[in-house]
Design a protein around this ligand. Sequence first.
Ligand SMILES: *Cc1c(COP(=O)(O)O)cnc(C)c1O
Length: 380
Amino acid sequence: MAMRRVPFYLHDLGAPEVEALARVIEGPILSTGAQVADFEDRFARYLGGGHAVGLTSCTGGLQLALTALGIGPGDEVITTPQTFIATANAIVQAGATPVFADVEPETGNLSVAATAAAIGPRTRAILPVHLYGQMVDMKGFRALADRHQLALVEDSAHCVEGVRDGVRPGQLSDAAAFSFYATKNLSCGEGGAVLARDAEVARKLKVMRSHGMDRVAADRFKGGFSHWDMVQFGWKYNMNNLQAAMLLPQLERIEASTARRAAVWGMYETALSGVPGLDGPRTLEGVTHAHHIRAVWVAPEARDRVIKSLGDQGVDAAVHYRAVHLLSWFRETYKLAEGAFPAAEAIGARTITLPFYQRLSGEDVEHVAGALARAVQPAG
Ligand SMILES: *Cc1c(COP(=O)(O)O)cnc(C)c1O
């Protein structure tokens, strides 16, 4: 009997995206133009307001947001060690210093209390991450940021669709950065956006995403030739029309894909409840989960063996994330050591990411759960 294979990720893009791409290719503007502006409008509307700026990545968005908010060399930004390296790297790219604070053991999200304890004289911003798609306590972080006059920037790479206590990404912060990388809930292969509450911050981001130029090519195409000026320092992070065109149909069907992800998540809840001794992040009261990453926690000494066993049974698993402060470069550069952030380290040592996407069937989920049950109890 052929073994069922469950790949780690499969996108659900198809005819609508192909058509949207074809329409851009038939037109004159491949770079930043009408489709990007359309996506920015619709994305901001979906998120309940604010100003969206289309970019090439979430990493670039985090860096630009910090820079636009005046954070740079000499400044410290408090963030979580339980995240992808992009979060901390963006702080370094902005010229600032990342300072880690520990996470809540039950969710893996940055703890408001640990963040408060890490605030020092050089702290200028807080950068939490909505881990796996569950929002952090934004009301708590907003109050803390206000108390100490800090900027608040969200890494919302995992969370477009989430809500917590009536709050959505980008609503209580200065800026929220989103990712449209290949495996994210919305994807154009590579891409990102920032949602800013303040129109002036968004305007600055639009200048900074294109080398600090006061006009982009599409503007010059419209009005005939005119000289542009470089009005401030900038980067090359502008989203192009091909990326935006791929995202627009996904935004149009987001209610349906959100419902499908919730359904697959529910199938996992049921299937995994039969696996003995399995732990995992808790979804808190008041949270509407964005269902991005399906993590389970096993014994640290068993973790790598379980992943290997899953692979042998046709299930591709991964790890999100080993604690960032223990990776060589961070350890060496910031003199960090094991034991500094025990909750983040414990999750990093125990966590396994299961395949999770809209195209998973009930049989796929059953197969993953069965494989996991066999993997955690090899003798049974
Ligand atoms: C994917 C991801 C990023 C980076 O997104 P890019 O668009 O690839 O730059 C940042 N933070 C987290 C938590 C992510 O998962």
